[in-house]
Ligand binder design. Structure first.
Ligand code: ATP
Length: 234
């Protein structure tokens, strides 16, 4: 059974329509990437899935549950957790306190504990008592991923993990994905870096101006097709 089904989804900011008939299927254990230029609607899609921007049409189902207009806390409890763009850590709390907050709302299958997060990102054990703001950008991103995982989600949404980070740090962050996949969590990453998206994802979806313009397995998509779906056919 499909884990997450997004069907004919639309979303608006007042008069401005940001999503048009978006269809996405996520299978259990899968990693998919959403690529697209600035303003394509990727973040809006993440916000619609997590209940921050209520959809104006279409549906979002997690297995047999309809979450289309569920409030954000209920969606998190149902098993969808987000690593937001810009990380949004609690600056006055320590690394460990930030992580523990993630585990308060949902236990899930109990796989992810502080110890497992420390195994995933050993630096977070070393820095456990530091204020979150004392960490480097990459380390803060690790805390944001750990905080989301602490809710033992069925689906982990990652919005632009790479933004503003050095290539070596991006590599370190993506090195955590195999263990996350092994835990049974399915992953949706939003990426502007097409090469990175192709490396990490089982399937890609490309968005432009609020629509899905292309989808498929990385190996089945030509550079030209991706270019046209990303920038439009000139
Ligand atoms: P980026 O890579 O810049 O984050 P994106 O693909 O995530 O881009 P969105 O942030 O989803 O794109 O934006 C999609 C469209 O919706 C853009 O035209 C943007 O200007 C508009 N938009 C986003 N947030 C709002 C808002 N709060 N109010 C009005 N319009 C918005």
């Amino acid at each position: 059974m499909t884990l997450l089904s997004i069907t004919d989804l639309t979303a608006r900011y007042g008069d401005f329509q940001a999503l048009f008939g978006v269809d996405i299927q996520l299978e259990p254990g899968e990693t998919i990437a959403i690529i697209g230029a600035n303003g394509a609607g990727k973040t809006t899609l993440m916000r619609a899935i997590t209940g921050i921007v209520p959809p104006s049409g279409g549906s979002i189902r997690l297995q047999d549950r309809d979450l289309t207009r569920a409030p954000a806390p209920e969606i998190l409890k149902a098993g969808i957790a987000m690593v937001p763009e810009g990380r949004r850590l609690f600056p006055s709390l320590t690394v460990e306190e930030n992580l523990l907050i993630g585990g308060q709302k949902r236990q899930g299958n109990g796989f992810w504990t502080l110890a497992r997060i420390h195994e995933l990102f050993p630096i977070l054990a070393e820095r456990r008592h530091s204020p979150a703001t004392a960490l480097s950008g990459g380390q803060q991103q690790m805390v944001a991923i750990g905080r989301a995982l602490m809710s033992n989600p069925e689906v982990l949404l990652c919005d632009e993990l790479s933004l503003g980070l050095a290539p070596v740090v991006i590599k370190e962050i993506y090195a955590s994905f195999p263990m996350i996949r092994q835990s049974g969590t399915a992953i949706i990453v939003v990426e502007q870096d097409i090469g990175q998206a192709m490396k990490v994802a089982d399937r890609l979806y490309c968005m432009m101006e609020g629509r899905i313009t292309l989808s498929g397995r990385p190996g089945d998509l030509s550079r030209e097709a991706i270019h046209d779906a990303y920038f439009g056919v000139s």
